[in-house]
Design a protein around this ligand. Structure first.
Ligand code: PMP
Length: 449
C-alpha cells in the first residue's frame, strides 16, 4: 500500500522536503501526543505536527467544540458577524498586553506575516523591512523575502516575490547563528547554548546598526523577529539583544513585529508569548500553528493606531479568516491551555527535558549543542565537538529514521538540516520524555556502532 501511496504522491502532489522529513509515514489516527499508522504502530509525536498540535491530537474538548459548531454554521467571511468570532476575540485579546488589542483573523502564518508587512508599511509610510539571517517567516512571495534559512531560502528571479517593485528592499539583518553559510559571525554557536551566556550582544548591535544605515534599510517600515528561531534549528539571541534592536528600529520610525507562530501560546513555559521572554512589547504580533491545534487558522494582533493606519489604505477582507469553525476551535484551545495548566507543564516538563538531553550531550561526541526553552528544544548534530562541523545529512537522516522505527517522531532544522527539533504537544509527560530520551540514545548508540 505504501508504494501505491508514494506513486500517487509523486504524480499528483507537491514533493515533501525530504531533507527535513525523510520517508513520511502513512498515518491513520492521532490521540493526544501519539500518532498511529495503518499497520497499528504507534509513535510519540515529539514535534506535534510541525509545532502545531499545541494541546494534543484530537483533544476531546477541541473535538467537541468543533462538532458542536459544525452542525450550526461553518462559514461566513469576515464581513458577517457570528458569536464564535466575538467570543474568540475577547479570549485572545485578554491574553495580550495593552495596547495590542485589535485582531485580524487569517488562515496561515505566511498570510499573517504578509498582512503584518502591509501594516508596517501603511503605518510608517516607509518601505524597507528587515529580518534576520536564518529567519523563517513563511513561503508566500512576500514572506519568502524575509525567510532565509537552509532549503527554504529561495533565490527568486528578478520580478518575482520580494525582488519585485511590489515588495522592494527586504534586507536581511545580521543574525545567523552558526547555521548560516553567509553569517558574518561564526562565533555565535558558542553562545547559543543559553540566552545570557553570550558575550557577543554588543557586536551584533553594531552590525544591526550597520544594517539600519545601509541604503536599503534607510526608510525602515518594519522589523520581523521570531523570539526563538525555529526552522533555523532553535537559535536564541543573546540576552538583551532584541530589546536594543527594537529600540534602534523605533528610533528610525519602524515598527517591530514578533512572529509568534512557533513560540506563542505558552510553549516556552515561563511566559505565554515569546516576546515576553525578551522583555519587549512589539507593535504587531503574528500567530498561527498552535493557535488552532492544527486547524487552519492564524491571527495578527496590533494596536488601534496601526489598525487605523491600515484601514486608511486598505479594506482588509478575508474569505476564510475568522470562520466559525476556526473560532470555536481557537476558543477551545485557549480554554484547554488554561484548564489543564499547559503553560506550566511546558515549563516543568521542558526544563526536565532540556536537562535530560544536556546529559546526552555530555555523553555523545556528535551532539554539539542542546538549547532551547520550554517545549522548544534543538539538538545540534556535529562531526565532533571540537570542529563543530555539521554531521553529514545522510547520517542525521539515519538517526532520524532509526528514531522513527523505534516509535519516536522528531523534527529537523538548521541550514544543513543538522539540528533535531523537539516541540511536543504541551500535554507531554515526564515518562514520555524518558521514553523519547531512551529512544534517541539508542539511535545514537546504533549510529556509533
Ligand atoms: N513564521 C514562523 C516562525 C514559522 O515557523 C512558520 C512555519 N514554519 C511560518 C511563519 C509560516 O507559517 P505557515 O506555514 O502557516 O504559512
Amino acid at each position: 500500500a505504501y508504494s501505491r501511496v508514494l506513486e500517487i504522491h509523486e504524480q499528483h502532489l507537491s514533493p515533501v522536503p525530504t531533507a527535513y522529513f525523510p520517508t513520511p509515514l502513512l498515518l491513520s489516527q492521532g490521540h493526544m501526543e501519539w500518532l498511529f499508522d495503518y499497520e497499528g504502530n504507534r509513535y510519540l509525536d515529539f514535534f506535534s505536527g510541525i509545532v502545531t498540535v499545541s494541546v494534543g491530537h484530537c483533544h476531546p474538548k477541541v473535538n467537541a467544540a468543533a462538532q458542536k459548531q459544525i452542525g450550526r454554521l461553518w462559514h461566513t467571511s469576515t464581513v458577517f458577524f457570528h458569536p464564535p468570532i466575538h467570543e474568540y476575540a475577547e479570549k485572545l485579546s485578554a491574553l495580550l498586553p495593552e495596547p495590542l488589542k485589535v485582531i485580524f483573523l487569517v488562515n496561515s502564518g505566511s498570510e499573517a506575516n504578509d498582512l503584518a508587512m502591509l501594516m508596517a508599511r501603511a503605518h510608517s509610510n516607509n518601505t524597507d523591512i528587515i529580518s534576520f539571517r536564518g529567519a523563517y517567516h513563511g513561503c508566500s512571495p512576500y514572506t519568502l523575502g524575509l525567510t532565509n534559512v537552509g532549503l527554504f531560502k529561495m533565490e527568486l528571479p528578478s520580478g518575482m516575490g520580494c525582488q519585485s517593485t511590489m515588495c522592494p528592499d527586504v534586507f536581511r539583518g545580521p543574525w545567523g547563528g552558526s547555521h548560516c553559510r553567509d553569517s558574518p559571525v561564526q562565533t555565535i554557536r558558542k553562545c547559543s547554548c543559553a540566552p545570557g551566556c553570550c558575550q557577543a550582544k554588543d557586536q551584533y548591535i553594531e552590525q544591526f546598526k550597520d544594517t539600519l544605515s545601509t541604503s536599503v534599510a534607510k526608510s525602515i517600515a518594519g522589523f520581523f523577529a521570531e523570539p526563538i528561531q525555529g526552522v533555523n534549528g532553535v537559535v536564541q539571541y543573546p540576552k538583551g539583544f532584541l530589546k536594543e534592536a527594537f529600540e534602534l528600529v523605533r528610533e528610525r520610525g519602524g515598527v517591530c513585529i514578533a512572529d509568534e507562530v512557533q513560540t506563542g501560546f505558552g510553549r516556552l513555559g515561563s511566559h505565554f508569548w515569546g516576546f515576553q521572554t525578551h522583555d519587549v512589547l512589539p507593535d504587531i504580533v503574528t500567530m498561527a500553528k498552535g493557535i488552532g491545534n492544527g486547524f487552519p487558522m492564524a491571527a495578527v494582533v496590533t494596536t488601534p493606531e496601526i489598525a487605523k493606519s491600515l484601514a486608511r489604505r486598505l479594506h482588509h477582507f478575508n474569505t476564510f479568516g475568522g470562520n466559525p469553525m476556526a473560532c470555536a476551535i481557537g476558543s477551545a484551545v485557549i480554554e484547554v491551555i488554561k484548564e489543564e495548566n499547559l503553560q506550566e507543564n511546558s515549563q516543568e516538563v521542558g526544563t526536565y527535558m532540556l536537562l535530560k538531553f544536556a546529559k546526552l550531550r555530555d555523553e555523545f561526541e556528535i551532539i554539539g549543542d542542546v538549547r532551547g526553552k520550554g517545549l522548544m528544544v534543538g539538538i545540534e548534530m556535529v562531526k565532533d565537538k571540537a570542529s563543530h562541523q555539521p554531521l553529514p545529512c545522510e547520517e542525521v537522516n539515519q538517526i532520524h529514521q532509526d528514531c522513527k522505527c523505534m516509535g519516536l517522531l522528531i523534527g529537523r532544522g538548521g541550514i544543513f538540516s543538522q539540528t533535531f527539533r523537539i516541540a511536543p504537544s504541551m500535554c507531554i509527560t515526564k515518562p514520555e520524555v524518558d521514553f523519547a530520551v531512551e529512544v534517541f540514545r539508542s539511535a545514537l548508540i546504533q549510529h556509533m556502532e
